[in-house]
Design a protein around this ligand. Sequence first.
Ligand code: ZN
Length: 493
Amino acid sequence: MPRILLAECKQEISSFNPIIGDYDNFTINRGPELLAYHQDKETELGGALHVFATDPEIETVPIYGARAPSAGPLAQKDFDRIAAELLDAIKPHVEGADAVFFAMHGAMGCTEELDPEGYLLQELRKLTGAQIPIVITQDLHGILTARMLEHTNGLAIYHTYPHVDFADTGRRAAELLLKVLNGAEPVVARVRVPALVRGDELITASGVYGESIRYAQALEQQPGILAAGMMIGNPFTDVPELCSQAVVVADGDEDVARSEALQMAADFWSRREKMQPALIDIEDAVARASDYDGPVIFTDAADAPSSGATGDSNALVAALRDGGYRGKVLAPLVDAPAVYMAHDAGLGATIPVVLGGSLDSRFPPLDLEVEVVQLGDGEYPSESWGTPEHAGHTAVLQCDNLTIVCVSRSVRFIDRSVFIAHDLDAKDYDLIVVKSPHCQWQFFDEWADANLNIDAPGSTSANLPTLGHSACQRPMYPLDPDVAFEPHAEIFA
Ligand SMILES: [Zn+2]
């Protein structure tokens, strides 16, 4: 009767976000709470639980989970607390356990430890010893490290962007784990590619990155291959092993793992130039905005909280104002001080506010006189997943043609959730600011006349060379000129 311990630790950070993250950002699930959180959910553990439930002989033991929205680097002491809680929770259950299933993102980063997941796996391995297999899941934006692989027996990696295969990745990892318990001998080959990529070609259903993904998926259908994936890393998590990497897990066959990983890496490298964003200068975008009859989207990927940015950039609103744009503008903004001022003043009040830049000093605050047209509690469902969003108190502020939806906590702005929560229909506006790495077709592009990807300042700018990477390996395309790729497969068995 196999006993499988379940754990989770997931966050993605931007090293360029100046706000240090803390323990309070995390949802912590202990023991049975972990099952309650994930059972029948579209999550990695949710998908794994379905697999494990098909065999009544399997006993799952939920241990500990910590998950947080994307943010700036995690304070070291707060990571130490999470690591200690997780390891302390696992310790009493190691005796008699047969395997560990560990859902991880892969793009965590702390103020000191730059490979938190590697640390967790290394310390977990000290508890379990070499005999108990540890299988993990990874976001394709994860940064898999040598230390992680040294202490892992296998992994499954997301195959979709935008991500719609959390549960499927959990299913694949769980099936891999069961094969290991039945005698499979995973050999992991990884090839690091010195390239960072961004832009619409990363949308796996339509973009060129999808070709790498489909190759990996085809590999996974082959006998003898346990898993495969093409990871692109989160380009904003500036840590030593940040890069793109081809990963193949074979059953005992080092040669096939190596040759397939090398092939995937070479194919990916050959497509790197296509996987760079086409960005439009802010002033040019403002000048063009009036040319369209229907709604125009300004995609501000540089300030996407879902990628780890603060969400308090006023750069596009300021440029539209300075440029004399007269259409109706709808824009989200993380701005706790403005929200509290609005709540203090009350509905219908007209107040002076300094808008934006309350977190990231690269955005000079904008002096505006605004009318408080709505106040809210920030509790609303995500349009994408139906899961609860916690935006803190909110306020909708009106200034001439600008409608600014302010929240007091960083939340994802990848869809229309925050607008719908305030009964605002994005289609009623001439120009909508979307703080997301990509504007998703079904939420915006389907009905908009144009979507301009703006080259704006921000801690998750797709203009990667402007960010100032200092920790990742160099040279790195496109941060440096004349980057050479010398393929080399590292083997972990
Ligand atoms: Zn991701």
